[in-house]
Design a protein around this ligand. Structure first.
Ligand code: SAH
Ligand code: SF4
Length: 338
């Protein structure tokens, strides 16, 4: 059984409840690298653990580091069917260690600029498979006395189309008896599945939200994100705005800059009119090349001109520094193949 079912294990072996707390601390907080390291348990009890509890649902296939050492891409194989997917660790200069988790293998949404979308949909990851990405990286960082500071659902897949697994993973990330992270250090990025977003919010989510916007109007958005036909932009933006008001925190809007497609000054002006300056933050992402897609990245001059329009309208924004593109670990480049 999975580690999250430790209480069942304890009940079935008639063990005292404090064993669950010991297990959770060792597994989710001290990041032990095998059950043999659970030294608060006797050898016999550890043997039972090994027999009944799956230590990890995933196996690391490869680890690749970018030249600057700031980005690490891990190819995982899930043990159940040997399908492969990727997870990225970004080590920021300010000390943050952000894990970009995958929630699916491939993605059914099919945005035309995205390598993951090009793969099609090969399956959902379970809550445990999402958590195991984070635990594997936490164990690696522990060797350098470092910890994970942020988790972003920006790897492979659309989090809102695998909502129960994503919520299950977040539950383990934030449970004070398990990983104990603040929900504010977690970001869900979505292509905009309005009904599922409403469900997430109804369940009381208070973490961060990012919308992959990429176009300032419905027509252009539909051209590059076919899913937009199903979820009109006006309704989607209204839900995001409402969430920002309720939580009194800015929401992020991601905007890839693709040469000649969505980077005109008129697009920047239109984008600015959609935003509430107090409740929004725009991440401008230089488009990362994807095999089989004819788009190219906007020039540096266009990116800065676009940003200048937002600046003039007092819309908070950053130009995202592209990390890990030398190892195909940048936004939209994850494909899960070697
Ligand atoms: N499915 C979710 C989360 C994963 S994608 C979503 O779409 O929001 C993470 C981010 O990378 C999204 O903003 C996505 O639009 C962006 N992205 C996809 N392809 C890209 C590319 N080729 N270049 C730059 N960003 C890309
Ligand atoms: Fe899926 Fe996000 Fe890629 Fe679109 S950008 S295909 S939603 S992973």
């Amino acid at each position: 059984m999975e580690p999250s079912r430790i209480l069942e294990f304890i009940a079935s072996h008639k063990l005292p409840n404090y064993r669950a707390a010991q297990f959770n601390k060792a597994f989710y907080q001290e990041y032990l690298t095998s059950f043999d390291e659970c030294t608060t348990w006797s050898k016999e009890l550890r043997a039972l653990l090994k027999q009944d509890i799956i230590f990890s649902t995933l196996t690391v296939v490869t680890e690749q580091k970018s030249k600057d050492g700031q980005t690490m891409k891990i190819v995982f194989e899930r043990n159940v069917d040997h399908k492969r997917f990727e997870t990225v660790l970004m080590r920021h200069e300010d000390g943050r260690n952000t894990v970009c988790v995958s929630c699916m293998i491939g993605c059914p949404v099919g945005c035309i600029f995205c390598a993951t979308g090009k793969m099609g949909f090969l399956g959902n990851l379970t809550a445990t498979e999402i958590v195991d990405q984070v635990l594997t990286i936490a164990r690696m960082l522990k060797k350098e006395n470092q910890t994970i500071t942020n988790i972003v659902f920006m790897g492979m897949g659309e989090p809102l189309l695998n909502l129960s697994a994503v919520e299950g993973a977040i539950q383990i990330f934030t449970d004070p008896n398990k990983m104990g992270m603040s929900e504010r250090r977690i970001t869900i990025s979505t292509s905009g599945i309005t009904d599922k977003l409403q469900e997430l919010l109804k369940h009381g989510y208070t973490g961060r939200l990012a919308l992959s916007l990429h176009a300032p109007d419905q027509t252009l958005r539909e051209q590059i994100m076919p899913i937009a036909k199903k979820y009109p932009l006006s309704q989607l933006l209204a839900v995001f705005k409402q969430f920002a008001i309720q939580t009194n925190k800015r929401v992020s809007y991601e905007y890839i800059l693709i040469d000649g497609i969505n980077d005109a000054m008129t697009c920047a002006e239109q984008l600015a009119t959609l935003m509430d300056p107090k409740l929004s933050h725009i991440n401008l992402i230089p488009y990362n090349p994807v095999a089989g897609v004819s788009y190219t990245r906007s020039s540096l001059a266009s990116i800065h001109a676009f940003a200048a329009v937002l600046e003039k309208q007092h819309i908070q924004h950053t130009i995202r520094v592209t990390m890990g593109d030398d190892i195909a670990a940048a936004c939209g480049q994850l494909v899960g193949k070697k």
